[in-house]
Write a protein that binds this ligand. Structure first.
Ligand SMILES: Cc1cc2nc3c(=O)[nH]c(=O)nc-3n(C[C@H](O)[C@H](O)[C@H](O)COP(=O)(O)OP(=O)(O)OC[C@H]3O[C@@H](n4cnc5c(N)ncnc54)[C@H](O)[C@@H]3O)c2cc1C
Length: 451
């Protein structure tokens, strides 16, 4: 038996392809589907339908699925305590899963993370987040609501300006891509329905850092800022949000800013489950579970030689975990590579008949048993969409591309990475419609294809 806690990027890639003759996977997650997060910004503005970003957990071959959230884990008793929304989160109906009954069952913690708010007052109440498909649907409704209210004859000019001011806090890839998609939606589609409102539209992106997209080379980040400036997306760096009220953003450096919609995307905060988890080592910076290079959860206690012991039978992968001494980005790329690596390791362990030994593992034991080196991350490409069929892509420091070709890579990556055949067909068709329109406009404007 192997219990996968979570049904996101990390869990999906570890469970798909797991040797079913050796393991019986059980996925425990409060939502019955996997979310293809890179498509969320497109679904929030209506370029793609929300269902193109979803895959049912039930489509994972050979996996059992329980729709429940893990409330706590007792490492000493080897128990996972769960509660289900299908039973109205009734504590009387919560259940415990013993994960080491026969000494051969394992557990993988892959519960992801929430959006960080730094406990800034008013953010949870008045901002929109972009983490789930339901968030994307809410955002789409609010954009349309702002335009519809602004178009009423009784709406004052001042109110129109407020309603059509869209603020985004967080200059990472998610905030940048959402700003770009929003710009496309407004200028390509809504401009036709609401031409008289266009002079009032304003998109502002705020970040506390001196520049946006800090994970990219400075030349690519500068290209993004210049591209945004040409599109009249205002980038405000070195800005600290102090408070949010309904329709008003308070900043330390300037006067209060009125908005119609505020989207918040400022990094990750651990879920209550991880925050309250006892008996595991966590990193000081973000409170993530620390693992060794073989993705095994570490105990806070150390051996006499100063090396942390592992928690028997437990792995942690994805945004909720970090490898001790190796700072990797919190991305789907890292999460899915860790999941795939773990799947191969587990299959190898089973193939070599070492499943019973897994509890007593250590790095030296692994070498002895020839089950491979630790996890190695390979950055395939870091991508960000900038709007108007422009993107930036970076493989490693100093190796980046930008413009239309990077956009093709960006769209191509998501076409090939979606899981089901249905979405493999649906996403390219919808994207091709966008591409045809892009090409037509390009030809009409008689511009070059590459930058
Ligand atoms: C809008 C957006 C766009 C992004 N774009 C990109 C991109 O282009 N490229 C990229 O590399 N990364 C991207 N990312 C980051 C990427 O999505 C995350 O790094 C990735 O989802 C992490 O995978 P995970 O499996 O750790 O967590 P998730 O994919 O978030 O999955 C966590 C799972 O755990 C479940 N869960 C939560 N709490 C519990 C609990 N208590 N018990 C049981 N289950 C629980 C959740 O329901 C979910 O199924 C993007 C993120 C967002 C929000």
């Amino acid at each position: 038996m192997i219990y996968m806690l979570g049904a996101g990027w990390a869990s999906s890639s570890s469970v798909r392809g797991l040797s079913l003759k050796d393991y019986q996977p059980v996925v425990i997650s409060p939502r019955p589907y996997f979310v293809f997060t890179p498509l969320l910004a497109s679904t929030a503005v209506g370029t793609l339908e929300p269902r193109t970003a979803l895959e049912s957990v039930r489509t994972i071959p050979g996996a059992e699925y329980w729709e429940a959230a893990v409330k706590s884990i007792d490492f000493e008793k080897k128990e996972v305590h769960c509660i289900s929304g299908l039973q109205n989160w009734d504590p009387q109906k919560s259940f415990a899963v013993k994960y080491d009954k026969l000494g051969s069952s394992l557990k993988v913690i892959a519960v992801g993370a929430h959006t960080q708010t730094f406990n800034i007052p008013g953010v949870r109440e008045h901002a929109y987040f972009l983490k789930e498909t339901r968030d994307a649907i809410k955002i789409r409704r609010q954009i349309l609501r702002c335009f519809e209210e602004a178009s009423l004859p009784s709406t004052s000019t001042e109110r129109q300006k407020q309603l059509l001011h869209f603020c985004i806090v967080g200059g990472g890839p998610t905030g940048v891509e959402f700003s770009a998609e929003l710009h496309d939606l407004i200028h390509d589609d809504l401009a036709r329905s609401f031409p008289s409102l266009m002079p009032f539209v304003n998109i502002s992106l705020y970040d506390v850092a001196p520049r946006i997209l800090s994970m990219f080379d400075s030349s690519l980040a500068e290209y993004a800022s210049n591209h945004f400036a040409r599109q009249r997306i205002e980038v405000h760096t070195l800005r600290t949000v102090t408070r949010v009220e309904e329709g008003v953003l308070h900043l330390k450096e300037e006067d209060p800013v009125k908005f119609g919609m505020l989207v918040w995307s400022t990094g990750l905060e651990m879920t209550p489950l991880i925050k309250e988890l006892q008996g595991v080592k966590k990193d000081e910076k973000a409170g993530r579970i620390m693992t060794d290079g073989h993705l095994r959860v570490l105990q806070p206690a150390q051996n006499e030689d100063g090396v942390s012991k592992v928690v028997p039978d437990v792995y942690a992968i994805g945004d909720c975990a970090v490898i001790e001494g190796a700072e990797l980005p919190s991305t789907a790329q890292v999460a899915s590579q860790k999941g795939a690596w773990l799947r191969k390791r587990l299959n190898l362990i089973a193939k070599k008949g070492l499943l019973k030994n897994e509890a007593s593992t250590s790095a030296s034991k692994d070498a002895e048993l020839e089950i491979g080196r630790g996890f190695q991350y390979h950055n395939i490409l870091t991508l960000a969409y900038l709007g108007s069929w422009n993107a930036i892509a970076q493989r490693s420091e100093g190796h980046g591309i930008r413009g239309r070709f990077a956009w093709l890579l960006w769209r191509g990556a998501y076409m090939t990475k979606t899981i089901s055949l249905r979405n493999k067909i649906r996403v390219p068709i919808l994207c091709r419609l966008v591409l045809v329109r892009a090409l037509t406009e390009q030809i009409t404007a008689n511009k070059g294809w590459l930058w």
